[in-house]
Design a binder for this molecule. Structure first.
Ligand code: AMP
Length: 421
């Protein structure tokens, strides 16, 4: 299918072709016509599937076809869990609306609100926002949601995990009840379904097939190694492979900082991106990484969620996540848009239970290797008491009954139990 067949207008087709896209991704193919029809859409799609264009293109078309209002009240609201994602969505909105008379802006916390208030005062058609700052500015009278026609919740599961449910409900109460609702979420937990039921009108369910965008094209590997040798091993892998753009995941903010420092000492340029960094520092780190000035970006799960890093060849799990679903999100950063990628996990003795959880979730045993000179010792050091490892070792979960790796959406997510550090 081509973009022309989706019913998009000329200015949007021009913007799409300027981006170099030749055909719509599965989620775009399914969601765009439905959204253009004015339906409420509940979409299961994670980062890397092209979901942003999937809701942005039809939103722009609907807004550009509507009557021109003199004072430009906010007509579409995109809510995102994190500031990074908000900034990226706005970037997409700007690119796709290049040839349209549509104004957009973004607001999020952690930065001075004055420029945001000024931008709002000038009038915008589309507002991209994180919930906290949106409510702050609404309370101050800096914006009104009374004319919203389209509401989009992006990465809604993440929003719930981050405890935004109350804020979302407050925001819903500020909008007219007649509007179009779109909800994008990587997984459909019970909570997501409950949320959707509460505010959406006969939503149509669409799912992105992850085939060409995520798990299937990613070569996954596990290296068993002692915890104390992980830093040396990761440096060796990056140096020997001459990898120039690597995304590394650690479980903690301090771990991310420490690893960065050690890499820098070995002459590998690295930057950390996590919740303790200022917005400016995160943006700088990400921009440096995209430009190629920074070779290694070390991130925690929370900070990395929603980052738009196209065509990333290597993702390394310096530590496995304690929530198996986070693994799928992490490795979804590689092998995007059809390009192949490699996801490597460094697994120490104390992480074996996590590995079993992950293998159960993705429905396959991950190929494992031992690197010469990094053989794990037979007698691992005892696990620290406060380090409560893998619940599967204490209470085995019954097998899901499917060996289908696409079924990672079927289990309830447990991100809520997870915090950085
Ligand atoms: P998203 O899932 O929205 O984060 O998008 C993931 C990546 O895919 C981004 O870098 C987009 O620019 C890119 N992308 C979106 N739609 C397409 C498409 N139809 N063809 C190729 N790449 C796309």
């Amino acid at each position: 299918m081509s973009f022309n067949e989706l019913g998009l207008s000329e200015p949007l087709l021009k913007a799409v072709s300027k981006k170099g896209y030749t055909e719509p991704s599965p989620i775009q193919e399914k969601a765009i016509p439905l959204i253009l029809e004015g339906k409420d859409v509940l979409a299961s799609a994670q980062t890397g599937t092209g979901k942003t264009a999937g809701f942005t293109l039809p939103m722009l078309q609907i807004l550009s076809e509507g009557p021109k209002l003199r004072k430009r009240p906010i007509r579409a609201l995109v809510l995102t869990p994190t500031r990074e994602l908000a900034a990226q969505v706005l970037e997409n909105v700007k690119e796709y609306s290049k040839f349209l008379d549509i104004r957009s802006t973004v607001i999020f916390g952690g930065v001075n609100q004055n420029p945001q208030v000024r931008a709002l005062r000038n009038g915008v058609d589309i507002l991209v926002a994180t919930p906290g700052r949106l409510l702050d500015l609404q309370n101050q009278g800096a914006l009104s949601l009374a004319k919203i026609e389209i509401l989009i919740l992006d990465e809604a599961d993440r929003m719930l995990d981050m405890g935004f449910l109350r804020d979302i409900n407050k925001i819903l109460a500020l909008m007219p009840s007649k509007r179009q609702n779109l909800l994008f979420s990587a997984t459909f937990s019970k909570d997501i379904k409950k949320l959707a039921k509460g505010f959406m009108y006969h939503p149509v369910l669409v799912e992105a097939t992850p085939e060409n965008s995520t798990v299937d094209v990613i070569e996954q590997k596990v290296y068993h190694v002692d915890k104390s040798r992980k830093t040396a091993l990761i440096i060796k892998l990056i140096a020997d492979g001459n990898w120039q753009q690597v995304l590394v995941f650690t479980r903690t903010k301090h771990g991310a900082n420490r690893l960065c420092q050690k890499m820098e000492r070995k002459g590998i340029s690295a930057a950390a991106i996590h919740g303790n960094k200022s917005q400016a520092a995160r943006t700088r780190a990400l921009a440096g990484f995209k430009r190629g000035n920074v070779r290694v970006l070390v991130a925690t799960d929370i900070a990395a969620r929603g980052l738009d890093i196209p065509l990333l060849p290597h993702v390394i799990n310096f530590e496995l996540p304690n929530i198996a679903e986070a693994y799928v999100h992490r490795i979804g950063r590689t092998g995007r848009a059809g390009a192949s990628g490699e996801a490597i996990s460094l697994v120490s003795h104390d992480e074996r239970a996590y590995l079993r959880d992950i293998e159960r979730l993705v429905g396959e045993k991950l190929p494992n290797e031992i690197v010469e000179g990094f053989e794990p010792s037979d007698n691992p050091p005892p696990v620290k008491a406060n380090n409560s490892r893998g619940r599967s070792s204490r209470k085995p979960r019954p097998k899901s009954g499917t060996g289908n790796r696409r079924n990672f959406n079927s289990r309830p997510r447990r991100y809520s139990s997870r915090k950085e550090d």
